[in-house]
Structures are given as structure tokens and as C-alpha cells.
Design a protein around this ligand. Structure first.
Ligand SMILES: [Zn+2]
Length: 481
């Protein structure tokens, strides 16, 4: 757990660092106070670019927070330990050390359809559906939503990925990807997806209503059609959309999936949604180790209710978080955490701590994708996908992350490469010419010319699409029945 006393140690250790750094040469020392954060003080020591030490309050997967340092070498968290010890072992490393900061793993979005993520919600969106086949217009509902077209336009996809990156997300599972922004995850033979998980959007055909129409709506119906799954040795995690709805079809989808997944399977099986799972199904999900990717805003916007995360957690189930897509979900994962937190406070009696909600968006999501050893946690051997933020004054550490404001971001790294953050950090930790100042205090260090555009041109190109900063009021409502 967080120990307030350690904060004093942290401040003191910063003094020690700045003293020891002032000895060799004043040109090597750079001290700054990030814009608008008068209470913070950072020290940067320019060293080798592929060797970086970051000292901060580290946020561990178990919810504890302790002042310590990490050594990032060639994109990997190589070592966690005391800054002075790591410095003595790696005297040529660059060093970044700031007071009053938190170092979290970059957030992992376990469910996002990036290729549709430019679109605002349909003005007629309302929680009037009992299955997604209805708003998709395949099962005869009188008010289907307007169809959103998939985009493959790189300038649009880059804009969408930047929206997630600039809100602290470093990895996104789902189709639609460009190089060099977030880390994309899907089971595709395509270098733009460096990590694999099988994200199945239509595991029960594109019309589950029709597929299940001749089965009795009983949880015990035997012989239900199995999902359309490719199996084999070393297959990546299977993460299908299951039971996105609250009707008989949705319950049968869940039964079919539970009949399919064996307890103790070697492969990681997860599911997205499961909105109206019964108490017995929730127990079975937890007992079979199936992770559930929770997307509360999209569930509320379309169906008025969501998966019973509290019962699932009490049974020991593992929960991930995903924003689904901009037409009915959150515009980024922070907005999804805020929706989860509000539901938790107003309906679940604050059952989940802020640490648990943050954990869903990091290690929980990584587990659902079968990637917990690679992403979503600050552990030795994991990718250096990192998020360094200024603490929001007086808030407990995890609350600062759940309600993160992009302005509080000091740095976002993907595979140890600085992508976005304070101008001062960008200036010292990115090669010259890699970064562009995009507002008064923040720099973007992504080579936008690979998409044939500057920052200003990307903005212009996406003038009618969901914007990058702000606009939470334009999202679908996070409101339940
Ligand atoms: Zn989805």
C-alpha cells in the first residue's frame, strides 16, 4: 500500500541526486519545473539514449506504490532498484528524476475498434436494445443505428491512435493500426501488430439471433453451436465478443462459450461484454479463469446495464477494461475508468478501490490478452511502456491515474521510446528534430511525416472527427437504468 512517509524519503533522495549530479559538470545538469506545476522539480541528466534511469513513485501490479528507480535498456525494464545503486552500475545512463510523480505502466486498452474510432455517437443513440444484432440492423429492430464505416485512411487512424496515446494508453487491442504510435495487438500477419491476441468480433456469426433461434433459452441447453475458433499449439489468447445483449440470444451465446472452454485450458480464454450473465454463469467464468473485458459506457449507452463485475470479482475473476469504440463507448481509457469509477461509487457502494480500477486498465487488461509478462506492469523483463504523471495534489496515487488529465503527463514511452510529454523531457530524451511542440507545455515525438502530414495538417484533416483533447460531453452517456 502507499506509505505517505516514503514521500519525504523521495524528496530527500531528489536533493541527494541533484547534489551528486552537480559535481561533474554543470552542462550535464538540467533542472526544470514542468509548466503549470510549480510544486514539482525534476532533474535530467543527459546520457546514453538507449539507457535510461527513471526515479519516481513506482506503481506495482499489486497496488503498492514505492519510491524506486527503473533501468530501461533497449526498450525493456531491465532492473528495478535504488537509483544510486543503479547509477553506480550504469554511470553513462540518462537519468530522469522528479518529485511528486507517479510512474505507472502505460495503460492497456483490451477492447477498441480503432478503425471506427473517428466517429461521434449517432444522435439517436439510446439504451433501447436487447442485443447488438438490433442496433446493427440484422434482426429487424425498428430503430437501428446509422452504420459507421471502417476507415483505412492512415491520417485518420494516426489521429485516433494519438487520441489514445495522449491520454496515457500505450497498447490497444483490436483492428486498425498504424506504425509508430501505440502498440497494436491483434492476431494478424502484419508488422503493424507486434503483439498477438485473437480479437474475435463475430465468434457466433454476424447474426447470432438467427444462429440460436431454434434453441431453447435455457442455460443448460446441450449441444449449442461452438464459437468459430481456430485452435492449435501456441495460439494467442482468444478474446471474443460474447453476449453483447440482455436477451435469450445473449444468454445462449454465453452458454455456448462456457460449454466450449474447458477448465484448466492451456490457452488463455477471455471474453468481451457478457452483459447479462447469470449468477451461475459468473461463477463458471471465474472458476474457468476466463478474463472479462468490461466496457461499461458502451454497455450503458446501448443496453442500460452492464456485467456484474462485483460478483465476478468476489468469485476471484479477473477484469480488464476496454473503451469499445467512439460511437458508443469512451473516447479513451481514462474516460472508461471515470465511467467505471462513477458506477462503482453510485451503484456498487465503492466496492472497488481506485487501485483496482487502475489495475483493470493495466495488468488486468494485459492478462485478458495473455500478455501479462510483456505489458501492463512495472516488472523486470517487461516492455518499457510507461506513463509518468504529476500527482494531483491531495489525491491518493491511483485516483490521480483514474482521473488523469493529459496536462498532468510528464512522459509516455512505448518500448522505451519517448512519445509524448513535457517539452523539457522531450528536449533531453529524444533525438534532435524528432519532436514537435503541440501546445504550450507538451511535445509529441512521433514521426508524423510517415503519414504524410504535420501536426497542423493532421488536425485539419480530422477536423470533423472526434478530437484529441477534451470533449467528454460528446461521448455516449455513462448512465444506467
Ligand atoms: Zn466491441
Amino acid at each position: 500500500m502507499y506509505e505517505p512517509g516514503r514521500l519525504i524519503t523521495f524528496v530527500l533522495s531528489i536533493s541527494t541526486v541533484s547534489c551528486s549530479l552537480t559535481e561533474p559538470s554543470r552542462q550535464e545538469i538540467n533542472q526544470f519545473t514542468p509548466a503549470d506545476r510549480n510544486e514539482m522539480f525534476c532533474v535530467i541528466h543527459d546520457g546514453e539514449k538507449n539507457l535510461l534511469l527513471i526515479e519516481s513513485a513506482l506503481m506495482y501490479p499489486d497496488g503498492s506504490v514505492n519510491i524506486n528507480a527503473i533501468l530501461v535498456e533497449n526498450g525493456i525494464i531491465k532492473k528495478i532498484g535504488d537509483l544510486e545503486t543503479l547509477k553506480s552500475l550504469h554511470p553513462k545512463a540518462s537519468v530522469l528524476s522528479c518529485t511528486d510523480t507517479l510512474l505507472s505502466p502505460g495503460m492497456v486498452n483490451a477492447h477498441e475498434h480503432l478503425a471506427y474510432g473517428y466517429a461521434y455517437p449517432d444522435s439517436s443513440i439510446a439504451p433501447i436494445y436487447s442485443h447488438r444484432d438490433e442496433w446493427r440492423g440484422v434482426s429487424g429492430h425498428p430503430k437501428p443505428l446509422e452504420e459507421v464505416l471502417r476507415t483505412a485512411d492512415e491520417k485518420t487512424l494516426a489521429w485516433i491512435e494519438l487520441r489514445h496515446l495522449l491520454a496515457g494508453t500505450t497498447a490497444v487491442a483490436g483492428s486498425g493500426a498504424v506504425d509508430g504510435i501505440v502498440k497494436n495487438i491483434a492476431d494478424k500477419n502484419d508488422p503493424r501488430y507486434p503483439l498477438k491476441a485473437e480479437m474475435a468480433t463475430f465468434p457466433c456469426s454476424r447474426n447470432a439471433t438467427q444462429l440460436f433461434e431454434n434453441y431453447s433459452c435455457s442455460g443448460n441447453t446441450p449441444g449449442l453451436p461452438a464459437p468459430n475458433i481456430v485452435e492449435g499449439a501456441s495460439r494467442p489468447a482468444y478474446v471474443p465478443h460474447i453476449a453483447e445483449g440482455v436477451n435469450c440470444t445473449a444468454r445462449l451465446e454465453m452458454s455456448a462459450y462456457l460449454q466450449y472452454v474447458e477448465k484448466g485450458s492451456e490457452r488463455r480464454y477471455s471474453l468481451i461484454h457478457g452483459i447479462d450473465a447469470s449468477a451461475a454463469q459468473i461463477r463458471e467464468l471465474a472458476d474457468k479463469g476466463i478474463s472479462v473485458v468490461w466496457s461499461p459506457r458502451s454497455n450503458f449507452a446501448l443496453y442500460g446495464k452492464t456485467f456484474d463485475v462485483m460478483s465476478f470479482d468476489k468469485r476471484g475473476g479477473s477484469i480488464a477494461l476496454g473503451s469499445d469504440w467512439s460511437p458508443s463507448g469512451s473516447f479513451n481509457l481514462v474516460e472508461e475508468m471515470k465511467c467505471a469509477a462513477r458506477f462503482n461509487d453510485e451503484v456498487l457502494g465503492s466496492y472497488f478501490t481506485y487501485a483496482r480500477i487502475w489495475q483493470m486498465a493495466t495488468a488486468g487488461s494485459a492478462r485478458a490478452l495473455g500478455l501479462e509478462e510483456r505489458i501492463g506492469a512495472i516488472v523486470e523483463g517487461a516492455s518499457a511502456d510507461l506513463l509518468l504523471v504529476g500527482r494531483t495534489r491531495n489525491d491518493p496515487p491511483h485516483k490521480s491515474l483514474v482521473f488523469l488529465d493529459s496536462q498532468d503527463i510528464i512522459g509516455v514511452w512505448v518500448d522505451g521510446v519517448f512519445k509524448f510529454g513535457s517539452n523539457e523531457v522531450a528536449e533531453h530524451l529524444s533525438p534532435a528534430g524528432h519532436c514537435e511542440i503541440i501546445d504550450d507545455s507538451k511535445s509529441l515525438c512521433v514521426k508524423l511525416n510517415r503519414f504524410g502530414a504535420s501536426w497542423a495538417e493532421l488536425k485539419e484533416h480530422n477536423a470533423n472527427n472526434v478530437k484529441i483533447f477534451g470533449e467528454p460531453s460528446a461521448q455516449a452517456d455513462c448512465k444506467w437504468f
